[in-house]
Design a protein around this ligand. Structure first.
Ligand SMILES: [Zn+2]
Length: 114
């Protein structure tokens, strides 16, 4: 399955391949403010359809997760990090089209401890 996603204004558009079996709600200082629901996929499963130049990047704490956002509308569609040597993406499924959010099980993730 290939999902289409974007920020609000459309300057960031993406495609993600995979099956969404669950999403994570993280309680770290940034996720709790954004309210993102995260779906983790290998980075190669995510394809950016718009210019890399329109993707803002924010890091904090250990600076190993790159939180990406749109500089125009402020929405955060995804983040990137290397986990156990593997490039991964955390897609905010609230930014994907055509999914029934209520049907996706949400797990709580304790991001404060990492
Ligand atoms: Zn935007």
């Amino acid at each position: 399955m290939v999902y289409q996603g974007s920020c609000h204004c459309g300057k960031i558009a993406l495609e993600v391949e995979g099956e969404i079996t669950e999403a994570m709600s993280c309680n770290c200082s940034i996720c709790s403010r954004k309210g993102s629901l995260l779906w983790f996929v290998p980075r190669e499963n995510l394809r950016l359809l718009t210019s890399e130049e329109d993707v803002g990047t924010y890091t904090f704490n250990k600076h190993f997760i790159r939180h990406h956002f749109c500089g125009t509308c402020g929405i955060h569609p995804y983040a990137e990090a290397v986990h156990k040597g593997k490039p991964m993406a955390a897609v905010n499924i609230r930014c994907l089209e055509g999914i029934d959010l209520a049907s996706i099980p949400v797990k709580n993730f304790d991001g404060r401890s990492i």
